[in-house]
Design a protein around this ligand. Structure first.
Ligand code: SF4
Ligand code: SF4
Length: 195
């Protein structure tokens, strides 16, 4: 289930919500240039937009943000101390940024996992797509290596089939609500992570 769906169920039942990873493991701190310029004239930091967005939602009781420096902690506490929810216009900016981010995702898999249950090769399809998307978002030429290569290897060692184990049976593509060309995408994943 997506975080949005979980959130909506909690709100429907009047439950308080605790948000983890509001900056998506740091990925929302580094936006595509087109999205970043939407926030450039603002004195607030880019990650603060992600945190303030979720903190502005109904029923949100706590937002847990991982911090790796004193500067990040100072920044987070500064705007949370006297927290002001985002205005409607500010929320619109966030949705605009989300559209730009989503349009640049290499494989638009939603992580629903409908495809995995019937896979005879036990391939961790959405997990691999997520790692691949992260690497495509990163400047791989500059970095050369990312933690996602290890994460891919760890998934394979823990018993999942490799992307290259796909036998093209087509089961996954039949059930994918996004109609993704999973078999072709797994070839890209294999070429990237198994080289
Ligand atoms: S086509 Fe490949 S990934 Fe899809 S279910 Fe068959 S073996 Fe698994
Ligand atoms: S069914 Fe499609 S959208 Fe859902 S996890 Fe599998 S590939 Fe992604």
């Amino acid at each position: 289930m997506h975080s949005r769906e979980c959130y909506e169920v909690a709100v429907k039942h009047g439950k308080p919500v605790i948000v983890m990873e509001p900056v998506k493991g740091g990925t929302l701190a580094k936006l595509p240039a087109d999205a970043e310029k939407l926030f450039r004239d603002d004195s607030m930091s880019i990650p603060s937009w992600a945190i303030r967005f979720v903190a502005s939602l109904d029923n949100v009781m706590v937002v847990l943000s991982g911090m790796s420096s004193i500067e990040q902690m100072d920044n987070n506490t500064a705007y949370m101390q006297d927290f002001k929810p985002l205005s409607e216009d500010e929320k619109k900016l966030c949705f605009k940024a989300a559209d730009i981010i989503n349009s640049q995702i290499a494989i638009p898999c939603t992580g629903c996992s409908y495809c995995t249950e019937g896979c005879p090769m036990k391939i961790a399809i959405p997990k691999y797509f997520s790692l691949y998307n992260e690497n495509m978002r990163d400047d791989m030429e500059e970095k050369g290596w990312t933690i996602n290569f290890s994460n891919y290897g760890n998934l394979v060692s823990s018993g999942f089939g490799k992307a290259s184990d796909c036998i093209a049976c087509g089961q996954c593509e039949e059930v994918c609500p996004q109609h993704l060309p999973i078999i072709e995408n797994l070839k890209k994943v294999a070429a990237h992570f198994e080289r």
